[in-house]
Design a protein around this ligand. Structure first.
Ligand code: GLY
Length: 359
């Protein structure tokens, strides 16, 4: 497992397309000592610090990993400060919040998912009901909303004032030839200042999401991914998060994995499924995440998906745990962290391994 306090595996930064191909091989120091696996354990994206703690507490109390994962991510789904998940998530290009989520249980090899779901704050809970209360796996749009209504989920406006202002600012500045004009005083708005300080003003299309993978005391595994998706996405655009095998996957015989970041990259390389299959072949969680990211780099072929140096233009983060309780996380670019909580220990953030040094 990576650890901020340990000498850890790092990968060579590439400065050209040719170098990018070489950069996927490890360079520098080998991995530091790996702590003995502990169960229960939960691993998540960096916004899941409180979520991993709750998930481990719930599994210690007897909850199944998939239920613990859904309970954990609910904290972030309800948090208006997180612009990438649930309530307060940034909307699509028409100003409508559309949420994607999926769950998977490695014991039964069952999954449930919803995509482009509107007006329901906890899409992961709806996904859990799809898994438990239908013979199907994925419901989308109006059908997903009707299913949620049938199961008594309350409907509410998910677009916070802050998210609306950020969306409007994007809309007004997105194109020079349309009819929308920014207000002169807009950039002085504290919500916009907050957003631009946090995410920058150049690309304005950052990604977020929460994934949580959980391993129970007996090695059972489950996972959940939930998101409001790409900021200002095309209406109806669905990313990797609700797609089983892409934004999440687990197998009770092996372990569990998922991702956050550029969803299309995870979809085209079947990210989470690839991680689990590589763990099945004997790789550690971290090594499996890195090898999957190498595949992502190899599959990033068209020019508009690359930066000026030939590397992928978008970041992708992967997180994994095997059924023994060993965890790992890796990203295409340096600077990412993941959250981990091992039974009996506080939750903490750990540096992800990576392929390319940022910048
Ligand atoms: N990974 C989240 C998304 O692309 O929607």
């Amino acid at each position: 497992m990576s650890d901020t306090s340990l000498t850890r595996r790092q990968f060579l930064a590439a400065t050209s397309a040719a170098a990018a191909a070489a950069a996927v091989r490890p360079a520098g120091a080998g991995p530091g000592p790996t702590p003995a696996p502990v169960r229960p354990v939960a691993v998540a994206s960096a916004n899941g610090l409180a979520a991993v703690k709750l998930a481990v507490d719930q599994m210690t109390g007897g909850a199944a990993p998939v239920d613990a994962a859904v309970a954990g991510v609910a904290i972030v789904e309800a948090d208006p400060e997180d612009l990438t998940v649930g309530y307060g998530g940034l909307p699509n290009e028409e100003g409508v919040v559309q949420l994607d989520a999926a769950v998977m249980d490695g014991t039964t090899m069952r999954a449930g998912a919803v995509a482009a779901l509107e007006r329901i704050k906890h899409p992961a809970r709806v996904a859990l009901e799809v898994m438990r209360r239908t013979t199907r796996i994925l419901l989308v749009g109006e059908g997903a909303l009707k299913f949620a209504r049938a199961h008594g989920f309350p409907e509410e406006n998910l677009l916070t004032e802050r998210a609306r202002k950020i969306w409007l600012y994007w809309k007004e500045n997105a194109a020079p030839k349309d009819d929308w004009l920014p207000a002169a005083s807009e950039v002085d708005d504290p919500d916009l200042k907050w957003f631009i300080t946090k995410y920058g003003d150049s690309m304005f299309r950052p990604t977020g999401t929460i994934h949580l993978s959980a391993v129970g005391p007996d090695g059972a595994v489950g996972c959940c991914t939930t998101t409001s998706g790409l900021f200002f996405k095309l209406p109806g655009r669905v990313g990797d998060s609700p797609l089983v095998g892409c934004g999440l996957y687990c197998d009770g015989e092996v372990g569990t994995a998922g991702g956050t970041g550029h969803g299309e990259s995870a979809i085209i390389s079947c990210g989470a499924h690839t991680v689990v299959e590589l763990m099945r072949q004997g790789k550690s969680p971290e090594a499996a995440c890195l090898a999957t990211l190498e595949r992502v780099v190899a599959n990033t072929r068209v020019a508009w998906l690359k930066d000026a140096t030939g590397r992928p233009a978008n970041n992708l983060n992967l997180y994994a745990a095997n059924r023994a309780g060993e965890v790992g996380g890796a990203a295409l670019f340096s600077g990412s962290r993941f959250a981990v909580c091992r039974a009996g220990e506080p939750a903490r953030l750990v540096d992800c391994a990576y392929l390319f040094k940022k910048g």
